[in-house]
Write a protein that binds this ligand. Sequence first.
Ligand code: ATP
Length: 356
Amino acid sequence: MARILLKNITKRWGDFVAVDRQSLDIKDREFLVLLGPSGCGKTTTMRMIAGLEEPTAGEVWIGDRMVNDDLPKDRDVAMVFQNYGLYPHMSVFNNIAYPLKIRKSVPRSRIPELVNEAAERVELVPFLHRRPRELSGGQRQRVALARAIVREPQAFLMDEPLSNLDAKLRVTMRAELKHLSHELQITTVYVTHDQIEAMTLADRIGVMNEGKIRQLGTPDEIYNDPANIFVADFIGSPSMNLISGRVEGHQFVTVDRHELTRTAMGAMSQAVLGVRAEDIHVVAAGSGDVDGQVYAAENTGENVVLTLQLGGQRITCKEDRYIRFSIGETVGLKFDSNKNYLFDPSTGDRVRSPGN
Ligand code: ATP
């Protein structure tokens, strides 16, 4: 088990900077998720930890060792990939046993017992004699997990391990991973672009964009206390409403002069108001903070996602699934003055009032 420390690591290919002077302190036993859009540098960061990519600058520490010059096989980390990386001609048993056999880290006589233990953890015991092609996608991913577990590494590095599975299986496997990580208590770095995976699995999430972590925090902090527009926009479904306007005397006014809600800030000549869909409530026309017209109403089964036209901007809110709306209908919107965020459009950063 180990702490993983990245000190100012950079990865450049020619002029292109994939990871930009990133530092990160991953605690012993922590489950840290790197989350971000395609191409933001998540996999490159993980590959530098694994030793599959050499940093252009900076240091990678695993435990109390600086491992920049260590080969991947000497770093004592186990990787789990999206494409499983199983040997097709070997049985499940031999796939799981493989790292023990090549490393010769345990006596051969102990291998069956260790393979069985790992297979038991991921419920694969009945399938140990099969070949990978005779398994479902979820079972194959469990073989890859068992192969990582059997090594008892200092850390797991997981790169989109669930993304080849269908939607239903992903949810099941997500819960299994959550349970497993709770049982094993091994430092884990997990890369995904799926915000639900990040929110549900992580102790902390590092939200990345363009080679840098834009916010590092617990899922709660990332969702409820976003540090900038990028994070606010990336996390949440539907995305947070980001409405352009200004603040006049603690009142947020949109660019086309709709007064929406009270804010903690006094005056801002340009501001972006962030409000989550679930924090806006639809009321009868004329009885809220502002009126808008229904542009679209989408019933997801769980709730109704309403898109409302408000001057030149559109606002999304979530309503009870039993309420029906017609396109073009005028409704009132009620904002909660305690549940909104202000951002500076020139920097994208959150603007906080003193003490907030
Ligand atoms: P995804 O979710 O699509 O896997 P990612 O966030 O994991 O994305 P990386 O794989 O880390 O992204 O890649 C970051 C950037 O570095 C991308 O723009 C990619 O094209 C670039 N890149 C990756 N490997 C190389 C390479 N060997 N040579 C040049 N550029 C590369």
